[in-house]
Structure formats: C-alpha cells, structure tokens
Design a protein. Structure first.
Lengths: 204, 204
DNA sequence: GACATAGTCTATCGCTCGATATAATTCCGC
DNA sequence: GCGGAATTATATCGAGCGATAGACTATGTC
C-alpha cells in the first residue's frame, strides 16, 4: 500500500482494512503510522542486504587481493549490476519493493532516507569503486560519480512504475529478467571495453 | 510546490500563500486544484515539445530519406539523448521540471499521465525507432524496448531527487551538463558500435 | 452618480486524516 | 474456571484538507 499509494496516500484506515485488523492496531503494535512505515522499510533493507551480501563479500575479498585484472574488475561490475537487476525484479513482494525503491528517489518521507542510504551503500558505492578502477580515476571525482550513475541508471529505470507500460506485460518473467541482465552486461562490457587501458597511474 | 511536495502534499493553502494570492483564487482561475495542476503539467509539456521540436523534425526528415547510414542513425540517437539531458538539466524551473518528471514515473495523480505520455511520445518513441534500426529488430520486439529503456535510463537517473546527493553540489552547472552529455554519448557510441553490423534483413 | 462586472476577501462547510480514550473481549497460567 | 494481562473493538477528538458561500472592493460605462 505504501509503495502503490505513497506514504501520505496510504491511510491507516486502508492499511488496517487490507491487513484485516482494527484501526488502533497500528498504534498498538508500531507506535504510529510512521513506525509501521519504518518497519516496512527496514524489512526491505534487510532483504537487500541479504541479497547483496554474498557478492559484497566476494568483491571485498577480490579487491583486497593485490593484483586484480581489468577483466576481473569488469566481471565484478557486471555481476553487481546483474544482482541489482535480480534484486528489483525478484524475491518476495517484487512489485512493492520496486515501487518503493522508485519512491525513495522522489518522496521525502520518514524512513525512506534509510532505504536510499541503503541503496547507496549496497549498490552505488561498490559500483563506484569498480568504475573508479576501471576508468583510472579516484572515486571522489565527479566524472567517476557521473559515469557510475549513468551505468546504474540502466537498471533503475526498470523500477519505474509507468515506464513498464511500454512493455506488453508488466510482469518480470524469468526470461525477461535474464534478457535485462544480458542487456546490461553487454552494454557495460561495451562501455568499459572500449575504454583505453588504465593509464597505470591509479593508486595502489 | 507540486514537484517538491507532490500533488497531495502541496495544499491549496500553501500554493496560495506562495503565490501571494488568496485561497479561493485557485478555484476562481483554474476551477479546482486539479485544474491548476493540469495547467502546470501542460506548461511543462509545452516546454518539452518546444525543446524537442527541431530535433524531432530533423530526425523525421532523415529517416524519411531512403538511405541513411548506420553512423548517421547513431549520431541521431546521441543527439536525441543529449537533447534529453539538456531538457532535464536546463531551461526555466529546471529543478521543478526534473522532479516532476521523476514523479510522473511514480505517482498516479491526475494529469501526470499526460506528462508521461508526452515523454513517451517525445523521447522514448524516437529513440525506440533509432535503436530498432541500429540493432536490426522491429520496434515491437521486447528486446528493442528493453534496450531503449536501458539506454534512456542513463539519462533519467539524473532526474532523481536524492540521487543528486551523491554529488557534492546539486546544481547542474553548464560544465556538468556537458560532462553528462559527453558521457552518455560515449557510452551509447560504445554500446552500438560494438554491435555487429545490421544483418541487412530489416524492413525498408 | 448609479450600476454591472470582475476580482478578492473572510468565514465556514463537509470530509478525511492520524491518534486516542475507553470499553469489551480473548488468552493463559494457576 | 477464575483473575489478570494482552489484545481488539467502538466511538470520538482535534487538525488539516478542498471547496464554496457571500460580503466587500475596484473598475469601466453610461
């Protein structure tokens, strides 16, 4: 309900009715409407962390090892993006999760900042680090940030609500998910393969 | 106000106060809050059309001419994306326009569908046609749609509100706009340059 | 100077919102 | 099967919402 109608739009009466409980149950169990909202966001944050955990640790391990080839960096970035695609197109309550992700970029409601901060930490920062190495510029550089955003934008657009009307069916079938993953992978490969090899002046 | 607070969040009292008029003026001049909203959306739609008009007609002319090279198609697509970047980062009331674009993808408020439909017509459809020719698949194909969405996603991400917190300054300076345009161009060139040449079995 | 029109003002209507006070009910150890 | 705690149901509060009624003011016409 929060994802579909927004925080303001999802009234406590609607929430209680859909949950099959009485109205004051929200205050009884969650303190307030905001408390319920934060619980929802926290649940999704947890799902995200669980989903990205294995890849995150793998990446941390590989980046820690002294020598890592450009091809390995690129492969890590592609896996990261593929995991992001899987995150926003699968798992429990996909539709709601995707919409809530999209809302986090627009709405300024309590708790959504946690969701956004989580996305920054779990998705953006790892990608930024990889892109930084791939283009041989520090992650603080604006060019690095912009490039990372553009690459990630290829995925985030599939979170949008109305954009899905461009497709005949709104559902993310396994075939479609694989198609998107393959698409993002090939694009990303093309983007960074064409890049000149690292000028070897990056740190470490 | 609509862009920042959303349709529901921008109360008529707030709107009237910020406009320096009395409360019933909204109903007097626009019939209702929704009428005012539609007027706002209509204004932005008009801006968008005016902004994209020259490129649209140029593209229509080139596509109508029988022979058009792959390089020319690619150049057209890049110009289209650059114009899209310019659209969401410049012109009057940039910030509001960008936020409203982002909201159009999430909110289901009256009149926003017009904004979304306009984006589909002015941006997505032309890009879809170009991508269709570039990858040699009909525009109805899901693969064509997905590819176009991914390419456009590189730009739409810059419409997001919170994502901009990733940058040190939120403002879109001319240098930053040019950097984004160059970035999107180089990415798009890489994506479609690596593609195998058209199998020559596309229509026309 | 009387009058019609256009536009603005204050006050308020009916409604929905989140939250709560309070009563009724269910649950569970004993 | 009883008593107290946990939970649920009913009724309602105060606030804010969009919209409107109706009085007031400015303006142009004759």
């Amino acid at each position: 309900m929060f994802a579909v109608h927004g925080y303001e739009g999802a009234s406590t009466r609607l929430l209680a009715e859909r949950a099959g409980v009485n109205l004051p149950a929200i205050q009884y169990y969650f303190g307030s409407k905001e408390g319920l909202y934060r619980a929802v966001v926290g649940d999704i944050v947890g799902q995200t962390e669980a989903h990205m955990a294995p890849l995150s640790s793998k990446m941390r391990a590989m980046l820690a090892s002294s020598a890592i080839s450009r091809a390995e960096l690129l492969e890590l970035l592609c896996e990261m993006l593929e995991a992001f695609v899987a995150l926003v197109t699968g798992g429990p309550q996909v539709e709601s999760k995707r919409l809530l992700f999209a809302r986090a970029e627009v709405e300024a409601t309590p708790g959504l900042e946690e969701l956004h901060e989580n996305g920054r930490r779990q998705i953006f920062q790892p990608c930024l680090d990889l892109v930084s190495r791939l283009i041989g510029r520090p992650p603080e550089d604006e060019a690095t940030v912009l490039c990372t955003m553009a690459v990630i934008g290829q995925v985030t657009i599939f979170c949008h609500n109305k954009v899905q009307h461009l497709l005949k069916t709104a559902e993310f079938t396994p075939e479609r998910v694989r198609a998107i993953q393959a698409l993002v992978r090939s694009h990303t490969m093309a983007i960074f393969a064409a890049q000149q090899p690292i000028p070897a002046n990056q740190s470490e």
